[in-house]
Design a protein around this ligand. Structure first.
Ligand code: NAD
Length: 476
């Protein structure tokens, strides 16, 4: 059984304690990893701080950072097949999805490599007697906390722009799925990044995670995870006014009009809510459908749900993968049960499946009331809540009737309806006629309880710098 370690100051470091990582499809042990406590958090932050103080990434010409990031791309290419196997085992993903996740991580490094030498200030006219300009400086030590659902992708999403801007980074990996992420640290090591530029530790949120966000020597917190944890991190950050990027949960809706291409839309439902067993922050967890096409669409969605094949991610036939843990599975089942008590009707699913592993049957809940928990709260499982609307204004009102605001989707052939919706929906991203349209290039982030700050795209780079203004009075 493989044992993995922390990566601190350019070295692999073990701890006295470790945790076993479990395959959620078989409930067997995949491997173990060292478990960080305050001591390792201190070492990792100290190493990052020393890298910042030496100016290893911030002082050379930015073109050197471009080269570093491109080398990481090359190293990740070499490691991705092995890393993806581990990701399948620890996370339950299919092989194709795990490879895709590594490809996405590679894409982040390539994309931000292209921006590392283009972080340019501007000059501000103040009249004849002054010269004024802005410059962007890296923040310093960026503390990054990653969740378990897309550990490799989400690690790269914040790490690549932070490095591109010249910061040093301490990453806390998620205790459920920390193994494949170590391949990113390995790639940075092989690429020859300066010691301390990247540090990766694994530990529980309540110990290592809390110690990291409370540490006196960090300059930023980038958090991706649940609302409750985000709120607790914000309270810790407030003590030292540490700037945060908060990428939290979602309760996203697909609004489907009668003129939508339903054949195409069924594919969107497949990706939207059954991909990764619905454990996606931007999952299509609500379907808000015009009442005139409700019955037809419901039948098609039920058929899709019943056609899913659950199994181990390494099996080519698998389309439905397990939830990440028994706790996660039980929480999802409790939501299904509660929704029935709150008036929904069970169209299909709602139960655990399989003799081992944390599988939940693809679930469709119909007649879901806007007052019910399953309409308003994040379930994080393969559970689609169906509600009807009868006019356009009601559609937008229903889609906006949660405290979240990550993404929403509009399905119609009418450009005017789509554009009115794009303006009316309270969220960070609107998909029109394709769920998950967009990519590494498109800014992503939330409104309300979905958090703030934008990851991905050019916007994200500016999370990792601060603006300094230099105002000069010319003298005779
Ligand atoms: P979580 O909040 O339980 O854990 C996320 C990370 O925070 C883990 O690494 C955990 O160890 C750490 N953590 C826990 N308590 C902490 C504390 N007190 N201090 C510091 N760190 C702590 O979330 P999860 O269950 O791992 O992930 C699922 C959630 O993440 C969902 O709500 C999902 O919507 C959200 N998510 C959001 C995005 C996005 O981009 N908006 C992407 C993926 C997941």
């Amino acid at each position: 059984m493989a044992h993995f370690k922390h990566y601190i100051n350019g070295e692999w470091v073990d701890s006295e304690s470790s945790i076993d990582v479990i395959d959620p499809a078989t409930e067997t042990v995949v491997g173990s990893i060292a478990l960080a406590d305050i001591k390792e958090v201190d070492l990792a932050v100290k190493s990052a701080r020393e890298c910042v103080t030496r100016g290893d990434l911030s002082m050379p010409r930015p073109a050197e950072r471009v080269e570093y990031l491109l080398k990481v791309v090359g190293e990740l290419e070499k490691l991705k097949d092995e890393g993806a196997k581990l990701l399948v085992a620890e996370n339950g993903k299919t092989t194709a999805q795990a490879v895709d996740e590594f490809d996405n991580a590679i894409r982040y490094f390539r994309y931000y490599a292209g921006m590392a030498d283009k972080i340019e200030g501007r000059s501000i006219p103040l009249g004849e007697d002054y010269i004024d300009f802005t410059m962007y400086e890296p923040l310093g030590v960026s503390a990054q906390i990653v969740p378990w659902n897309f550990p490799v992708d989400l690690c790269a999403r914040s790490l690549a722009p932070a490095l591109a801007a010249g910061n040093a980074v301490v990453i806390k990996s998620p205790e459920l799925t920390p193994l494949a992420m170590t391949f990113i640290a390995q790639a940075c090591h092989n690429a020859g990044l300066p010691n301390g530029a990247v540090n990766m530790i694994c530990g529980y949120g309540s110990t290592a995670g809390a110690a990291l966000v409370e540490h006196h020597d960090i300059d930023q917190i980038v958090f991706t995870g649940s609302v409750a944890t985000g709120q607790s991190i914000l309270r810790a950050a407030a003590q030292r006014a540490v700037p945060c990027v908060m990428e939290l949960g979602g309760k996203s809706a697909a609004v489907v009009f009668p003129d939508a291409d339903l054949d195409a839309f069924i594919n969107d439902v497949d990706w939207g809510i059954f991909f990764n067993a619905g454990q996606v922050c931007s999952a299509m967890s609500r379907l808000i459908v015009h009442e005139s096409i409700h019955d037809e669409l419901l039948q098609r969605v039920i058929k899709l749900a019943k056609s899913q094949t659950f199994g181990h991610g390494s099996e080519p036939s698998t389309t439905l993968t397990p939830l990440a843990s028994a706790h996660q599975r039980d929480a999802v089942l409790a939501y299904c049960q509660r929704s029935l008590e709150q008036g929904a009707s069970l169209a299909t699913g709602g139960t655990a499946i399989g003799e081992s592993g944390y599988f939940v049957a693809p679930t469709v809940l119909d007649k879901v009331s806007p007052d019910s928990d399953v309409f308003k709260q994040e379930v994080f499982g393969p559970v689609l809540a169906v509600t009807t609307f009868n006019d356009e204004a009601q559609a937008w009102q229903l889609a906006n009737a949660t405290n979240f605001g990550l993404v929403n989707g509009i399905f119609t052939r009418d450009l005017n309806v789509a554009m009115r919706g794009a303006k009316a929906l309270r969220c960070g991203q609107v998909f029109i006629n394709e769920w998950y349209a967009g990519g590494v290039e498109t800014p992503f982030g939330g409104v309300g309880l979905s958090g703030y700050g934008r990851e991905k795209g050019q916007e994200a780079l500016y999370n990792y710098v601060r603006t300094k203004n230099v105002a000069i009075k010319l003298q005779n």
